[in-house]
Every structure is written in structure tokens, then in C-alpha cells.
Design a protein around this ligand. Sequence first.
Ligand code: ADP
Ligand code: MG
Length: 249
Amino acid sequence: MAKVITFSIYKGGTGKTTSAVNTAAALAEAGKRVLLIDLDQQAQATKYVGIDPDTSPLNIAQVFIQNVPIRLAIQKTAFGFDVVGASDVLSAVEAMLESGKDEGLLREKVEALSADYDFILLDTPPGKDKLTFNALIAAQQIIVPVSAEKAAIDGLADLIKHLHTVLWPKYGLDQDIRILFTMYKAGTSHSPGIVNSARKIYRENVLSVVIPEAIAFPRSYDARQPMTIFAPSHAGTLAYRDLASWLQT
Ligand SMILES: Nc1ncnc2c1ncn2[C@@H]1O[C@H](COP(=O)(O)OP(=O)(O)O)[C@@H](O)[C@H]1O
Ligand SMILES: [Mg+2]
């Protein structure tokens, strides 16, 4: 049975897509069967792995709108893992989903693939989208990427409060939440200060792996190659490999 992990925080630009793609690549490199599902209408995870959202045959939007079996929307990447892509048609899905009623749809679709993968990773859009709630409910584990540089701590509290007060009671859930600090600047006191104060509050839920800030990340996105291929021995690549190892324990 696949372990389903959602990369989510309502704040944008904190490293959700970068973390989902590079964790998928690191897990695949370690020989795991991995599926990445892109739920963001900006389709950045889809583009990152070299798929053009506008010309690709089927994506997650059709899976919702036309009830196409999710299996038919799976595409192979050149990086050893599979993807269900996104496109801007997802805005129609967002409009179609009924608030308070349709949050469990993705969970059913993902369960149908559970025997085929070791890990199913979900990349979510920023904001309190119904698709994000779908992804949160579908997951066994929630990894919350937080920028150590931009102090996205408020966004973290917002997500955790929403899980505790709304989604968990409603769906009878109690998921494992792990905070992943990204864009960490080692040479300053700012980033370590943010991480240390988060550890005081969230303790072991703060992952010991931190992702360094590096220009190689946006460059790897521009090259349409995950870090494992683009910069195999970069410190940022090693950090995502450490995260992948931890996920396999
Ligand atoms: N560790 C990092 N160091 C430097 N830049 C990063 C890092 N992680 C992500 N980025 C860059 O920051 C921007 C936002 O990251 P992204 O993963 O798209 O965030 P989100 O999906 O949360 O909106 C992108 O340009 C990305 O390349
Ligand atoms: Mg993103």
C-alpha cells in the first residue's frame, strides 16, 4: 500500500512544488515506485518534470470533470517516477466542487492506485482551495514546507489550526504533520532563529532535515530537471535525499 504524502501550506512560494518534485525524484532514485499528482492550476510541478500542460493528453482536471479513471492520466517522466499532471482547467474543477461535500473525492481516486506505488505525493496550490482540502484529506502524512527566510510561521499556524478545528473532526482524521524548513540561509542568524523558535513550539514535528537556499533550485526548475539529475551532488540535492531516506524508515 502506498504512503500518501501531501505537500501543503496555504501560503504561496514556500517550496511546496520544489519539495514535492525533488522528494519524488530522490525516492525514485532510491528505487521506490513513486507517483506525483499535481493539483495546482499553475501546473508548475507538471512543467518541472518536462510535461507541457497545454498539450498533454489527460490530466487531473479531466479525472474530476469527466470522471476519467485516474490511471489513464498517469504519465511517465524521464526521472524514474510517474506524474498525473495539472493544467489551468483545474480552475473549472475548483468551481465545480461543492464546499463541505466534495472533499473526499481525491482520497477515493488515490486509493485505487495504492497497490501500484510505494509513495504517492500530492502537490497543492496556495490558498484554501477545495482541491487542497481534497489533498489534505487523502494523505496519511502532511509535509508543510515553510520558508526559513520569509518567516512563513504564521501560515504554518493557520494550517495546523484549520486541520485541528475543521478537517480532522469532520473526517475523523489525525495525521502525521511534519514541518520542512526550506530556503534556509546557514550564514545568517535569521534562518536558524526561525527554525529554533519553531522547534520550541512544534518539537519533533519539525524535521531535522532543512533545505538550504540555493539558486540551483530555480535553475533546476528552468532546466526542467529535478536536482538529482541537474545537480546530483549539490547540498540541496543531498537534503532531499536525506528527506527521502527518512520517509523510507
Ligand atoms: N531551497 C530553495 N532555495 C532557493 N530557491 C528556492 C528553494 N526552494 C524553492 N525555491 C524557489 O522559490 C520559488 C517558489 O518555490 P515553489 O516550490 O514554487 O513554492 P510553492 O510551490 O510553495 O509556491 C521558486 O522559484 C523556486 O525555484
Ligand atoms: Mg507550487
